[in-house]
Design a protein around this ligand. Structure first.
Ligand SMILES: Nc1ncnc2c1ncn2[C@@H]1O[C@H](COP(=O)(O)OP(=O)(O)O)[C@@H](O)[C@H]1O
Ligand code: SF4
Ligand SMILES: [Mg+2]
Length: 325
């Protein structure tokens, strides 16, 4: 196997006071291979955005490491980090909030280029901006417009163009579709898909839309209460989720085909507070398969073969067994 582009090792991010920590991310490890799109799914509040931000060092970790091509980002100096910034970019959920309303598109993109010393000189900059707009399906004349003159979908294209301006290798896309009308989400998905392939981008794709994750991602990490419940190749995980939480999450996702009803019971109740996570398996208070032993030890992620991992002590929960509960 080739060396991973991104390696996350035992990442922790706690908020609040040390006496009463909010365990937003609690011992998370995974890798992303070059060119791979890794999906990160889980209910709201499970720690997805915190992981995304910590990965790019937009916020600091409490402990653990993030390695980019083997280099520990947490140990990088601020000048080294400035250099690395161009390799590591973020596409935000709300393109409007992340674009300066007082700047024209050419200024927004020009600024991104200038910060990293790319496309120096007026002609080169204008050429590059036109190229970027074309890349995301906008027209050169859009360069002189302000963000409010665009539709939501077009604004997200500008957000994508800004991220791509610096020729990144790795992109964190944090719910990039959730602020968009359903009718234009597919266009933006197709754009991301196309760009990823053309530019050989590596991506962490954060979403609660499981259909999009299934379409876009090579592998998936399932997160619950700041911990990884399951990791696996997308097709296998969606066809046969191994962890009870993945099973419940997939059951809750509406399927376009009503004939194809899920065999799993959907989730009940709310996620507990990360201030006070359950002992042992954090999912046990909502797990239909919980047994006494689940309260004592914290399940490690176990290798189930074929690139699949689950953090659950029970091995008798096959899809058929799940049917009978
Ligand atoms: N700056 C912060 N201060 C305190 N708690 C935070 C902060 N950011 C996130 N959290 C908490 O961390 C947990 C994970 O949040 P987040 O990473 O945003 O989850 P997700 O993106 O999966 O919805 C939540 O309980 C949230 O309230
Ligand atoms: S360890 Fe126990 S509580 Fe946790 S998912 Fe497995 S069966 Fe459910
Ligand atoms: Mg989030």
């Amino acid at each position: 196997m080739t060396a991973p582009l991104i390696e996350v090792r035992s990442l922790h991010r706690y908020f609040g006071s040390p006496a009463r920590p909010v365990r937003a991310v609690d011992d998370v490890s995974f890798t992303i291979q070059p060119g791979e799109t890794l999906g990160l799914v889980g209910e709201s509040g499970s720690g997805k955005s915190t992981i995304g931000r910590t990965l790019l060092r937009l916020i600091e970790s409490t402990s653990g490491q993030v390695l980019y091509r083997g280099e520990d980002l947490g140990a990088a100096s601020s000048s080294r980090m400035r250099t690395l910034r161009s390799k590591l970019q973020m596409i935000f959920q709300d393109p409007y909030a992340s674009l300066n309303p007082k700047m024209r598109v050419n200024e927004i993109l020009g600024e991104a280029l200038q910060v990293h010393g790319l496309a120096r000189g007026r002609d080169a900059r204008e050429r590059r901006i036109a190229e970027l707009l074309e890349l995301v399906g906008l027209r050169p004349e859009h360069a002189s417009r302000y963000p409010h003159e665009f539709s939501g979908g077009q604004r997200q294209r500008i957000g994508v163009a800004r991220a791509l301006a610096v020729e990144p290798e790795f992109i964190v896309a944090d719910e990039p579709l959730s602020a968009l009308d359903v009718s234009i989400q597919a266009q933006v998905v197709n754009l991301l898909c196309d760009l990823r392939d053309r530019l050989s981008l590596t991506m962490l794709f954060i979403s609660h839309d499981l259909d999009v994750v299934e379409y876009l991602c090579d592998r998936v990490v399932v997160l619950y209460l700041g911990r990884v419940m399951e990791v696996g190749p997308t097709a296998a995980l969606f066809a046969q989720p191994l962890h009870p939480y993945s099973q419940a999450l997939l059951a809750a996702s509406p399927k376009p085909d009503p004939e194809h009803k899920s065999e799993y019971a959907p989730l009940k109740g709310d996620m507990p507070s990360p201030v006070n996570p359950p002992s042992g398996c954090v999912f046990r208070t909502r797990c239909p398969h919980a047994i006494e032993a689940c309260a004592t030890a914290r399940p490690e992620l176990r290798d189930m073969g074929q690139g699949r991992f689950k953090a659950c002590i029970r091995d008798d929960i096959t899809p058929a067994a799940a049917l009978s509960t």
